[in-house]
Design a protein around this ligand. Sequence first.
Ligand SMILES: NC(=O)c1ccc[n+]([C@@H]2O[C@H](COP(=O)([O-])OP(=O)(O)OC[C@H]3O[C@@H](n4cnc5c(N)ncnc54)[C@H](O)[C@@H]3O)[C@@H](O)[C@H]2O)c1
Length: 359
Amino acid sequence: MAAVNIVVFGCGRMGSVHLTTLAGLTGVRIKWVVDEAGVHPRVQQVLESLRLQTTNIADIADIDTVLGDKEVTSVVICTPASTHESLIQAALKAGKHVFCEKPIGLSSDSVTSSYRLAAEKGLTLYCGFQRRKDADFSQVCTKIRQGVIGTLRLIKVTSRDGPSHNTADFLKHSGGLFLDSCVHDLDVVCWLAGERPLTLVAYGHAHEEMFAECQDVDMTSIMVKFPSGTIATIDNSRIGAEYGYDQRLEVLGSSGMLKIENPRTSNVQQWGDVGTVLAPMIHDGVQRYLAAYRKEMGHFIDIVKGERECDMTAESVITVSQMVELCQESLHAGGSHCLCRSSKYRLHRQLHVQAPHAG
Ligand SMILES: NC(=O)c1ccc[n+]([C@@H]2O[C@H](COP(=O)([O-])OP(=O)(O)OC[C@H]3O[C@@H](n4cnc5c(N)ncnc54)[C@H](O)[C@@H]3O)[C@@H](O)[C@H]2O)c1
């Protein structure tokens, strides 16, 4: 069978992770890596470390040449969020399947228009929400669907970044805490609940000056209610978890509870007079999910080869992008007044922001 020829846009943190996976997959040829000319020496090093001698490096100005390459069928986008919409649209118009790191776009209108274009062209647009491919999260989802804990009542997500590497420059281009980070949590709660959310409310605060200066918050608490009555709470922060990358899950049902704790750098425990000493937690989110990133990229390649159906619907990704906007709206309203009458969201008729005392 002919190889799947791929272009990877962006060879930074996530680009390197996905390149590593792609380099190890049989039947895949990374034909191009596109990044800014200034970082080409770093791209060269990554390619050499992966023994990718035949991969071409291109500048972002060469996008037409790269997307015009008839051998290329698929594009992997690992660039900053602000570039996603234009790259996705250019790739789809050139007839390529697309894997894009979250978020698909900066607004729900942008996400919707990209999915509409993908549908018109009959191409896949796959969003990287790797927690769906994590073995523990997948198992929790399966157990919920099997009814192991009875009727679902509460989903509690904790997502706190480890020791922070955030800079003002990153924050200004990140799209904010909801778009850049909470998207994962919002997707997880909808996926586990298995239904579209009804209402949400979000509070947030900038404890550190840098976040306030960047008009962002560093900590948020979001509550989501689903039509069945299931309530989800999300506690997400970019600061404060100096003890490590803290991502936990608790799901309460009518006849039991499911829980995911943080993996540690070692399973060895030290028991003694002062109690039990556990090994440190993993400090980096990307390290924690390496296996999940490999699995999601494998899934994308299977879709491209026509061996599998895409398991993430456009509707679910669009819903999450609408929830991000509603979080922002609720935050600015201070959770203090009802926004159900907001004309934009009345049009959608599927989600409403509300004050915490209503509903
Ligand atoms: N799924 C996850 O857990 C996860 C984790 C981290 C980042 N991300 C997402 O991955 C994406 C990339 O983040 P990152 O941390 O790898 O960023 P990064 O800054 O480390 O890398 C981005 C790279 O893209 C390059 N670039 C910028 N504009 C470009 C363009 N127009 N064409 C080609 N290359 C371009 C930059 O030079 C850089 O090398 C973001 O969308 C981010 O939200 C996802």
